[in-house]
Design a protein around this ligand. Structure first.
Ligand code: SF4
Length: 295
């Protein structure tokens, strides 16, 4: 990761421009913005109804990135909240929605609009990531619609676990889905994420049936996701989706470990090494053998 610029927006949240691809699944991010005063009961209730309407979202952070999260230069917005508990999560501080900052859809869209020129020149656009963006479907829908109305290309980065929260209208407003397929064997998926595999598989199939372009991401963790049969199951599934244009095999690393400690959460992968170059190639070859384009 190369940080080339650092500025702050009017909320005091960092804007970080990156120039190189990141590897290892979720990137390490810093918290967005400042914490406000404790809201009153009335304020909480008002906030809740605004969130249900999609006028207000819980946002962890945002970054301006190049060569990751979709084509061109992208504004990637990380929403707070995630139903999964991936053992290798590099940003466990995005798991709880309450840890995010309240940001209105109008504020966020005004920010997105500032980068229209860059998006046009680079073929980039807006990527909504998390956490899990589908934890806040009304807010996500509003942001995607607003971006589309501005002529900005959009992507969502999702595990697909909450694909049932994604309406057809939302998918009409999405150009690309970055689908994280965390394992191909249900028991392994459960061990990795604490949840079931099937919703992800169903969401991927739905995307392919609709003709939505998909980039698949697979995090390679020695001793956890690297079994030949597990990778084979992912590769077979991915090869069955006609709209997958790219597969990214992301080697596990330990960059997120300190965050688990600082949140008082138990981190189980202390002793897990990064995969060797040979292992990464073996796994990439398994995807290539299915005719997939692999990075
Ligand atoms: S899907 Fe997994 S890796 Fe991504 S934010 Fe949720 S727990 Fe972390």
């Amino acid at each position: 990761m190369t940080t080339t610029t650092q500025a702050t927006d009017r909320c005091g949240a960092p804007i970080i421009e990156l120039t190189a691809p990141l590897v290892g699944g979720s990137r390490t991010r810093s918290s967005a913005g400042t914490a406000g005063l404790e809201p009153s009961e009335a304020e909480r209730s008002e906030r809740f109804s605004q969130m249900r309407a999609g006028e207000l979202g819980s946002v962890h952070s945002w970054e301006l990135v190049t060569a990751v999260d979709g084509p061109g230069t992208r504004l990637t917005v990380f929403l707070s909240g995630c139903p999964l508990r991936c053992l290798y999560c590099h940003n466990p501080d995005t798991m709880e929605m309450r840890r995010g900052e309240p940001v209105t859809a109008d504020e966020l869209l005004a920010r997105v609009a500032r980068y229209r020129g860059i998006f046009d020149v680079t073929g980039g656009g807006l990527t909504i990531s998390g956490g899990e963006p589908l934890m806040q479907p009304a807010f996500l829908a509003r942001i995607l619609r607003g971006a589309r109305e501005m002529g900005i290309r959009t992507a969502i980065d999702t595990s697909g676990y909450l694909g049932a929260h994604c309406s057809d209208q939302m998918l009409d407003d999405v150009d690309l889905v970055l689908l994280d397929v965390k394992s191909g064997i249900p028991e392994t998926y459960k061990r990795v994420t604490g949840r079931e595999l099937e919703p992800t598989l169903a969401f991927g199939r739905r995307l392919a049936e609709r003709g939505t372009e998909i980039w698949v991401r697979f995090v390679l963790v020695p001793g956890l996701t690297d079994a030949v049969e597990n990778v084979e199951a992912v590769a077979e599934y991915v090869a069955s989706l006609s709209t997958v244009s790219r597969v990214e095999v992301l080697p596990f690393h330990q960059m997120g470990r300190d965050k688990w400690d600082s949140l008082g959460m138990r981190y189980e992968l202390d002793a897990t090494p990064a995969p060797s170059a040979d292992l990464v190639e073996r796994v990439r070859d398994q995807f290539r053998a299915k005719g997939l384009t692999v990075f």
